[in-house]
Design a protein around this ligand. Structure first.
Ligand code: TRH
Length: 382
């Protein structure tokens, strides 16, 4: 598609796993589907190892799934034009080493330089996607690339064939059983309404667990180790370590190990409902084709509530119970929460949410995938 064959992607782990989660996904896809030679520069190999257990945290340079991974430990360093890739991506506006930028300015032709931004459903993104700014001293041009939910954005990260893989898995009961058994679930737990729970510590987890406890239908809730640890421990009455499990009323709560990224997809595909957070698990829940509730990454001045509402406006029009529970889950509800009532409304609307999930997926797939959209943009003469 393009003579642009080398790409450097710079990632700083601010906190959690979303930064490296997104970069790792993008890097692998560019390599696998577009034969781009990708170098992923990342400052925190320990976080990386949690989602990709093959990572050697001691190595300065290593190959993982066809991607060169380089430990990015300092902003110093002298770089030559040979070090510079054809496409350079800084993720979430990280500052890349000044020496690298100086070398970029020496290249002929100059590399295509992107700032890959965070995902939001707000409308202003359409006006900013693809805009550029010029480096004041070096004249290098940087393009702002926004993921998003409309055709005037870069779309969402999605690998070729993901929807087919997901459908094949979901229609193969034996594959689901084998996957869940490997996580320690017995037949009874698998037969219950299965929910995965991934959220930030401030979510009202205890209230939700209490509502499930009182439900007439059994629920099995799977929570990765380290997530909502206080509420989980309080429910279990024992430390919230992987393998811990307890049943109270209609709810069985099981702590899972933090699984590799590919298995996290299978977990989402296996569940009837997924609670997700941040950016990457939020997008993967959309590709899972199942109802989901988003816990958005908190920002100053409640900016995240605006972003949440913007998404709900696009996704949940006609699904008031999804909106109501999502707002309360994120502390953006208008009144004191009655969790059993919120849950009762939500569960009756789950069949409609299921239909919405499939329709939304078709709508999002029509935007093309972010990696291809980015390469097309890079290859467009300007
Ligand atoms: O970890 P996060 O909270 O990351 C966040 C967001 O990306 C946020 O936008 C960003 O600004 C902040 O970090 C700094 O949530 P997120 O984005 O869902 O990323 C989690 C990653 O972890 C995702 O790639 C899925 C992966 N994962 C696993 O691989 N295994 C697991 O067991 C779980 C629960 C998650």
């Amino acid at each position: 598609m393009t003579s642009l064959t080398r790409l450097d992607l710079f990632c700083r782990v601010v906190d959690n796993y979303g930064d490296i989660g997104i970069c790792w996904r993008l890097a692998r896809q560019l390599q696998r589907e577009h034969a781009i030679a990708v170098t992923l520069w990342v400052d925190d190999l320990a976080s990386f190892r949690r989602i990709c257990p093959g990572i050697d945290v001691q190595a300065d340079t290593q190959m993982q799934a066809g991607v060169t991974v380089r430990h990015w430990c300092s902003m110093d360093g002298v770089f030559s034009v040979d070090d510079v890739a054809d496409i350079v991506i800084e993720f979430f506006a990280v500052d890349i080493p000044p020496g690298y930028i100086a070398a970029m300015a020496q290249c002929q032709p100059r590399p295509v330089w992107f700032n890959l931004e965070g995902l939001t459903a707000e409308e202003w993104v359409e006006g900013c996607h693809g805009l550029s700014s010029t480096h004041p001293q070096l004249g290098l041009i940087k393009h702002f690339f926004f993921p998003g939910f409309t055709e005037k954005t870069g779309g969402l990260l999605v690998e070729a064939g993901l929807a087919e893989q997901r459908r094949a898995f979901q229609s193969d009961a034996a594959a689901r059983t084998a996957f869940l058994a490997q996580l320690g679930l017995g037949p009874e737990q698998m037969a219950a309404r299965l929910v995965s729970l991934f959220c930030y510590p401030h979510a009202p987890v205890a209230e939700l667990l209490a509502a499930w406890q009182l439900d007439t239908t059994p629920t099995t809730c799977l929570v990765p180790e380290g997530v909502a640890a206080d509420a989980v421990q309080a429910f279990l009455g024992t430390p919230a370590v992987a393998g811990a499990c307890a049943t109270r009323g209609a709810l069985t709560l099981r702590v899972l190990p933090f699984v590799p990224q590919e298995d996290y997809d299978r977990l989402l595909w296996s569940c009837d409902l997924n609670f997700v957070r941040g950016e990457d698990s939020f997008v993967r829940a959309q590709w899972a084709g199942r109802p989901f509730v988003w816990h958005i990454y908190p920002q100053d001045e409640q900016l995240h509530h605006k972003k949440l509402r913007a998404f709900l406006q696009r996704y949940a029009a006609g699904l008031p119970d999804l909106s109501a529970l999502s707002l309360q889950w994120n502390g953006a509800g208008s009144s004191a929460a009655d969790w059993p009532a919120l849950w009762a409304g939500f569960r009756t609307q789950m069949p409609a949410m299921q239909q919405r999930a499939e329709a939304w997926q078709q709508q999002m797939l029509a935007l093309g995938d972010l990696a291809s959209n980015l390469l097309r943009f890079a290859a467009t003469p300007r």
